[in-house]
Design a protein around this ligand. Structure first.
Ligand SMILES: [Zn+2]
Length: 241
């Protein structure tokens, strides 16, 4: 459990770097060390401790005093909480692949919220992390995905006249079609669009979003994935599937 928490915190710090560099077009290898984006000063080891460095430095760069965005310790904290939740549920052999899977879930969510864009390496990482969990998709789930894909493409072409769902979201739906058998897949889609619609209506009501504003959709897909993964079986049984 302690190992899972420590490794998750370090992974959180590493994924922060990946999210920043992949979305800003910075090379992953140059510079090979971490710098402050403000003063370009190389970070010392004591500035690289997940969460702790942020607290010790009161949220500012030790060299130039520039504010460190809260999203860095936030992602590290989320990684630590994920390790605690999964560590309480799974023993080490099953724990590690689960943990890696949810690292990628968070990387996709943060990337979409912060940059409205998803690097394909994160989608690929999520797909690869699904493999050890076993692919339970059937031709029927893939047929549903294909129907959804064509429906959205048709709506985009003839009705909205602009892209509605990003390629990364359609790819995630495809990966879930490989992973979930039909009933769970349909449930996951239902939850995705239900939660997305609910959030859109709430934001409209609170006047936080206009009709034309783009709401990051990936978090809803992944929330639906998590709900279906953990409680889908129970719900489907309850409704007699
Ligand atoms: Zn600095």
């Amino acid at each position: 459990m302690l190992a899972a928490v420590v490794i998750s915190a370090i992974a959180g710090s590493f994924f922060n770097m990946l999210i920043y560099r992949l979305n800003n077009g910075v090379s992953l290898f140059r510079p090979a060390y971490s710098i402050c984006p403000q003063c370009h000063e190389r970070l010392h080891w004591f500035e690289l401790l997940p969460v702790l460095s942020f607290l010790r430095q009161r949220g500012v760069c030790a060299s130039c005093g520039a504010r460190i965005p809260r999203r860095y310790p936030a992602l590290e904290l989320v990684f630590i909480l994920t390790a605690l939740v999964l560590g309480a549920q799974y023993a080490p052999p099953q724990l590690w692949p689960r943990l890696v899977l949810f690292w990628f879930v968070w990387a996709l969510v943060f990337s979409d919220i912060l940059y409205q864009e998803i690097p394909y390496s994160f989608s690929a990482g999520f797909g690869l992390a699904l493999l050890p969990q076993g692919l339970h998709g059937t031709p029927a789930s893939l047929a549903v995905w294909l129907f959804l894909f064509l429906l959205i493409k048709t709506l985009e072409k003839f009705y909205y006249k602009k892209p509605v769902l990003g390629g990364a979201d359609l790819l995630l739906f495809f990966l879930l079609a490989l992973y979930f058998p039909l009933a769970k897949y349909v449930l996951a889609l239902y939850l995705t669009f239900g939660l997305g619609l609910l959030a859109a209506l709430t934001l409209l009501a609170l006047r936080k979003a206009g009709r034309g504003s783009l709401i990051p959709f990936t978090p809803f897909i992944l929330l639906a994935f998590t709900l279906t993964e953990y409680w889908g079986g129970v719900w489907l049984k309850f409704y007699g599937f």
